[in-house]
Design a protein around this ligand. Structure first.
Ligand code: ADP
Ligand code: MG
Length: 871
């Protein structure tokens, strides 16, 4: 790899190095390769498969298989081993698909950095950084490579990713910065000395590659549920064994029963299906520009009740243009396209001259600006600063891209709401008017009063207003509060930032979905209100609340109560106040999504249930803290993600309902057998149960997991509930399960009755029993087919759902029917399962079970609908 020569370092250290030329950089990139962490080799497939075959349930089943062998029932052993293998393979494939989906998501997040090449600032892909590049690092950036610092303005770095130590470290020139750490304040320039696999981070990443993410709350809940069911199943199985011994049946028969009950009850296939559904949900979100950073965010998004959003960039386009400027010498108006430095500025000569000075002060106090890159002018850094730069060039024809390097710089922070730099012996400052005007002592009270009026006027028209001021300093020493005082006001900018065209519709959708939207902005209240009006966030005056950050109540209860209504808007809000807002809303039971872009937004993003960061604007620190990244920075993307989250959660409940229903039907024959003291024979055997669980139920469950978002998902209230809540359990154990079980038992008993057998007499003949058992089996499968359609909605009757919206389900059901016919008619298979095709009566009853199940489901749905009038 290329090494930085001492010469190069020396040259770079003479502040303001021009950096590499594009040719050198391209050559080094070709030789050294891209600046990417070497991907750690994933565990080999056989190891993962082995893991699937040896986890908790699998081990339980292995024990069962061994016991069956000891009890001299090799058939059962083989069957159980097949269950383990099929299940393991199924889980393996699902996990693999889920993992691939997550990996693809990671690649979507763009990582760009600012470097200086051939004397100009460039925004490049982090992967294109080469050794020798001059890295321009500002608060909020992720450091892309190991480097040696050359220029520093109060640079503070958070190295916790490497050291675990989260205290900010204040750097000095000559010290190192490390790839993967975050700048959290100030700025600096560093010359890259190591990239990719040579960085310190790469060494550490190799060490930690094996560490697994902790389980998500949803996965944890599911594990608990499934484990509880398994323990219950084993207990019931044990009880059956004891009971059968009491009744006096042979031990091995009792054992088969116990095993059957246990296996019937354990929903082995559920966990991987849930993971896959979440991954599919995440992937659908990414098609809509919403990138989730962990799968559980999909679940949380679905239950979001409040979205706290900032204004700039999320509700507005963040394409800023200075349209007017106020100076003591008069006002100028500007017209120009985007970030082109050409355009027209109108005003009197003296106003134009003053506006020219104003522009230069603002540019001197900026880091971002516009550059000519790839044949067009574009913004580097903060779009507002780019707009200021474009305005300055439009006004005075400023063409020189080299700005004088300031002696000292006080970076923007959201508490001060201003930024300044000392050039020579002059302080150049820009910032929010309410933070700058109070510090101005000249040019005299009447002019400052006029400035205040100008601020109100421009803000009232929805313009973002920025003030610029200067101060002559004999020396640049002292802390920022001492330096930024006794200012001379130079003028004001009125900056336009049009709302995003999609926002009004998204706000309407959020309202319909009963999700509150709160605007939290650092901007002036008048600007905030004007924008909020324009997009329809606030309308009806009486219900609108406009508060300023500093006026918010301290206490959580009071704060929560204040915010918990429609049309809330908080202006001049600080990051600490955002954190307090998230806490207060959560204390009232809300599920909070909160956007943030700055370094200081990290805590609020982490505290919120869904921290939302921007893919384009904003800082790397915010993205790191977020659960959801908006690739297009657009508010409406949050709403789209909520919709998909709701749909995914609904799907998981769909196949849970589906799967548990057949468990009830499978368990019933065993219960009936036991309750009757074995006078009623077993309707279905263990092998038939296994067949339903791992063969016929699988495809419809998967298809239900892929159900597209229903039309109604955004017309409902948000719901925060457990997966297995009372409604789901009531539907499964009170309606669907019993009907399916009744159909199976009726088919079984009627077929036996017709064959001449009566309860209490000698056991039925073999031929009668296998026909009856085949009828019961058929009834359960047909019941599950009807059930698959019933489960498509938890509220609407089957016949109101579109047939074409889930073609996968039609396929799944077709395949399921074909499998049923094969299991009944292929001699050896049927014999193994202990069944034969149903008699006519058997078919009739099994088929009648379908409308019975749908009818019962319909009655349940309409009863519930009446209880809880829908929105
Ligand atoms: P928003 O909620 O609109 O994103 P911010 O918190 O980013 O607001 O900014 C708050 C105020 O601080 C802005 O209205 C502006 O007046 C001022 N401001 C923002 N960025 C800068 C900057 N880079 N330099 C100086 N002042 C700034
Ligand atoms: Mg902002």
């Amino acid at each position: 790899m290329a090494r930085v020569s001492t010469d190069e370092l020396g040259a770079a250290a003479s502040a303001g190095s021009a950096g590499l030329t594009s040719d050198t950089a391209a050559e080094r990139l070709r030789v050294d390769g891209p600046n990417l962490l070497p991907t750690t080799r994933p565990a080999p497939a056989w190891r993962k498969l082995a893991a699937e075959l040896t986890h908790f349930f699998a081990l339980m089943l292995w024990v069962a298989a061994a016991l069956a062998l000891v009890a001299d029932m090799p058939q059962l052993t083989v069957a159980i081993v097949v269950v383990i293998l099929v299940n393991g393979l199924f889980a393996f494939v699902q996990e693999e698909r889920a993992e691939k989906a997550s990996a693809r998501l990671r690649d979507l997040l763009p990582a760009t950095v600012t470097v200086r090449r051939s004397g100009e600032l460039r925004t490049i892909d982090a992967a294109d950084v080469v050794v020798g590049d001059v890295l321009v690092i500002a608060g909020g950036d992720r450091v892309p490579a190991d480097g040696t610092l050359t220029v520093i303005h109060d640079l503070a770095v958070d190295e916790s990713t490497l050291t675990g130590e989260s205290e900010p470290i204040h750097k000095k020139p000559g010290e190192s910065v490390w790839a993967g750490t975050y700048a959290i304040g100030g700025q600096g320039e560093a010359i890259a000395v190591a990239t990719a696999a040579d960085t310190r981070l790469a060494g550490i990443a190799a060490l930690t590659a094996g560490v697994r993410r902790p389980r998500s709350p949803l996965a944890a809940e599911l594990h608990r549920v499934v484990r509880a069911i398994a323990v219950l199943a084993a207990a019931v199985g044990g009880a059956f064994f004891g009971l059968s011994l009491l009744i006096g049946s042979p031990a091995h028969e009792g054992f088969v029963l116990a095993l059957g009950v246990t296996v019937a009850l354990v929903p082995e296939g559920l966990l991987p299906t849930v993971t896959l559904s979440l991954a599919m949900g995440a992937q659908r979100m990414s098609h809509r520009q919403a990138l989730v950073r962990h799968l559980e965010a999909v679940e949380n998004l679905g239950s979001t009740t409040v979205i706290c959003t900032d204004k700039t960039g999320t509700l507005t386009q963040n394409r800023m243009t200075v349209t007017e400027a106020w100076t003591p010498a008069g006002t100028v108006t500007a017209v120009g396209e985007g970030y082109e430095p050409t355009g027209r500025v109108d005003g009197t000569d003296s106003a134009l001259a003053a506006a020219g000075h104003l522009g230069q002060v603002a540019v001197a106090a900026s880091q971002g600006g516009i550059v000519f890159q790839n044949g067009a002018w574009s913004a580097v850094g903060d779009p507002m600063e780019a707009a200021l730069d474009a305005f300055a060039r439009r006004t005075v024809g400023l063409t020189d891209p080299h700005r004088p390097l300031p002696g000292r710089r006080f970076a923007f922070d959201p508490q001060r709401r201003r930024e300044s730099a000392i050039t020579g012996s002059t302080l150049m400052l820009k910032g929010a008017p309410d933070s700058v005007l109070p510090l101005c002592t000249s040019p005299g009270a009447p002019v400052l009063a006029a400035a205040h009026r100008a601020v109100d006027d421009m803000a009232g028209r929805g313009l973002r207003v920025l003030a610029a001021a200067t101060r002559d300093l004999p020396d640049a020493a002292g802390p920022v509060e001492r330096v930024e005082q006794n200012l001379t006001l130079v003028g004001l900018f009125g900056i336009e930032d049009p709302p995003r065209p999609t926002v009004a519709a998204a706000l309407e959708a959020a309202r319909r979905a009963h999700i509150r939207v709160v605007m939290l902005t650092g901007d002036h209240p008048a600007t905030a209100v004007a924008v909020a009006r324009e997009i329809g966030l606030v309308g009806d005056e009486s219900r609108t609340l406009v508060a300023e950050g500093d006026d918010l109540p301290e206490h959580d209860d009071a704060l929560g109560e204040l915010l918990d209504r429609d049309g809330v808007l908080v202006s001049r809000v600080s990051p600490e106040q955002k954190l307090a807002v998230a806490r207060a809303l959560q204390a009232r039971g809300h599920v909070v999504a909160m956007t943030g872009d700055g370094v200081n937004d990290g805590p609020a993003l982490r505290e919120a249930d869904i921290g939302v960061a921007m893919g384009r604007g904003g800082t790397d620190v915010a993205r790191e803290a977020a659960d959801l990244v908006l690739l297009d920075d657009d508010f409406s993307t949050i709403v789209a993600a909520v919709e998909q989250g709701r749909a995914t959660y609904a799907n998981i409940r769909r196949f849970l309902t589906y799967h548990l229903t057949s468990n009830v039907a499978e368990l019933t024959p065993f219960v009936v057998w036991a309750m009757s003291g074995s006078r009623i024979p077993l309707a279905i055997g263990v092998l038939q149960v296994l067949c339903i669980d791992i063969v016929t139920d699988l495809l419809p469950a998967l298809a239900l997991g892929g159900e597209p978002p229903g039309k109604g998902v955004m017309d409902r209230r948000p719901e925060r509930r457990h997966l297995l809540d009372r409604n789901l359990l009531a539907r499964v154990f009170g309606v669907l399960g019993p009907v399916e079980a009744a159909a199976a038992m009726t088919a079984f008993l009627v077929v036996l009755w017709i064959s001449g057998w009566r309860v209490g007499t000698d056991p039925p003949t073999g031929a009668a029993l296998v026909t009856a058992s085949g009828s019961a089996f058929t009834a359960i499968i047909l019941g599950q087919i009807a059930n698959a359609f019933a489960c498509r909605s938890a509220t609407r009757p089957v016949w109101q759902l579109g047939w074409r919206t889930n073609p996968l389900l039609l396929w799944a059901v077709t395949v399921e029917t074909a499998i049923l016919v094969m299991l009944l008619t292929i001699g050896p298979l049927a014999a193994l399962l202990g069944q034969s095709p149903p008699s006519i009566a058997g078919w009739a009853i099994a088929a009648a079970g379908m409308p019975a199940l749908l009818g019962a489901d319909y009655m349940y749905k309409s009863l519930r609908g009446r209880q809880r009038p829908g929105p």
